[in-house]
Design a protein around this ligand. Structure first.
Ligand SMILES: Cc1cc2nc3c(=O)[nH]c(=O)nc-3n(C[C@H](O)[C@H](O)[C@H](O)COP(=O)(O)OP(=O)(O)OC[C@H]3O[C@@H](n4cnc5c(N)ncnc54)[C@H](O)[C@@H]3O)c2cc1C
Length: 354
């Protein structure tokens, strides 16, 4: 039987994972990327594989699969590097941390006391009374992971076209036939749009208003002594972890463009917090401050599924794309190639957007 022909637009971590899973299942895949793999928001990601956190409850079934899918992916792609450090979450100020627990089944998150926190983070100077410890969680290098997924896709016959902006969709009646580029059109049975914040602009000429906003967030990198932070620490002041190259990464909320609440000022405040929180952090030095634009659907739920308006068109736009990528890749490939609709995607369908 002729393999199903699929074009994936966008080689961020989401598009790369979808391409890998489709190619592995035997599809004939072409990935079309306007720049280089991972060059969108993926390269600015803090990249915590985080099945819990603040997100709508309807996304919980999907997020709860993330850890199991990353473990599976590591079996399939042994070159995939994940730092399974575990994550410590607590409220930095106030007497106690909240009692709510929204962890997925694989993280085995549990409360630990001050002594145990001190064992896990020996450089932490101000130990909270307790913290929630998720030993099964980790983080990764998002660009390296994107490249690994694309190498995996190529090993199963996929083509990856970089420096190739997609100009628009090729449409006949109610069906999408392909995409247009400066080098000419490319045709396929399915077009998967995984272009992050750029997805609404690709749909607008067809009269589709996709309610996705670019939501800024700050990634800060410090030069730091190795081993200063052992796990991934998340409290009300910051999220912090060691990157694979030994630098320290912190994620912060974006408030303003410049001035006392601008990214540079926030980076300086983060540096002061780290120096205060961690013994031996006096010598950390600011290396870079970046603002990444997260593709944020209006209701914060992923948008994953066939377009209501056009046959052959499939959408994959989401926040927490690093966490979700392996699960989404697996479920989308099963849906497109085997017709299996997963219950975990029920709340993510574009149809809910009207
Ligand atoms: C500071 C920060 C911290 C974060 N922390 C986390 C975290 O801890 N955990 C987590 O899960 N998520 C986190 N995120 C969010 C996560 O990074 C994103 O959800 C994820 O990277 C989205 O991936 P994507 O592939 O959908 O988008 P992108 O990486 O933006 O990929 C889209 C790709 O499409 C390409 N493209 C666009 N238009 C076209 C076109 N016309 N033709 C061809 N190609 C096109 C772009 O070049 C880009 O490469 C964080 C984000 C930020 C900014």
């Amino acid at each position: 039987m002729k393999p199903t022909n699929v074009i994936v637009v966008g080689a961020g971590i989401v598009g790369a994972s979808i391409a890998y899973h489709l190619a592995r299942q035997g599809a004939q895949v072409t990935v079309v990327e306007q720049a280089s793999p991972g060059s969108g928001v993926t390269r600015h990601s803090f990249a915590w594989i985080n099945p819990h956190g603040e997100f709508p409850a309807a996304a919980r079934p999907l997020r709860s699969l993330a850890l199991a899918d990353y473990r599976r992916l590591q079996q399939e792609l042994p070159q995939l590097q994940i730092q399974w450090t575990g994550a410590l979450t607590y409220a930095e100020t106030g007497p106690d941390s909240p009692d709510t627990d929204t962890q997925g089944p694989m993280s085995s998150a549990h409360w630990i006391d001050r002594d145990r926190i001190g064992e896990l983070e020996p450089n932490l100077q101000e130990l909270p009374r307790r913290a929630r410890y998720a030993p099964g969680e980790g983080s990764l290098d998002p660009v390296a992971t994107t490249q690994t997924l694309l190498e995996g896709a190529r090993a199963h016959g996929a083509r990856v076209l970089t420096q190739t902006p997609v100009q628009g969709l090729l449409v006949e009646g109610r069906r999408v036939l392909g995409i247009t580029t400066a080098a000419g059109p490319y045709l396929a049975e399915h077009i998967v749009l995984a272009a992050g914040c750029a997805t609404p602009a690709l749909l607008a000429p067809q009269g589709i208003q996709l309610p996705v906003q670019a939501s800024p967030s700050i990634l800060i990198r410090f030069d730091a002594p190795r081993g200063l932070v052992k796990t991934l620490v998340s409290n009300s002041l910051l999220e912090i972890r060691e990157a694979a190259d030994g630098s320290l990464l912190a994620a912060e909320d974006y408030i303003d463009d410049s001035g006392p609440q601008g990214p540079e000022a926030i980076a300086q405040q983060a540096m002061a917090s780290i120096r205060r929180l961690f013994r031996g952090a006096e010598k950390i030095a600011l290396r870079s401050v970046e603002v990444g634009q997260r593709p944020m659907p209006c209701d914060q739920l992923p948008i994953i599924g066939p377009s209501q308006q056009y046959l052959g068109l499939y959408l994959a736009v989401m926040h927490a794309g690093v966490t979700l990528a392996p699960t989404v890749g697996r479920l989308v490939s099963q849906e497109l190639l085997l017709g299996q609709c997963s219950a975990e995607l029920a709340s993510c369908r574009p149809a809910r957007l009207g």
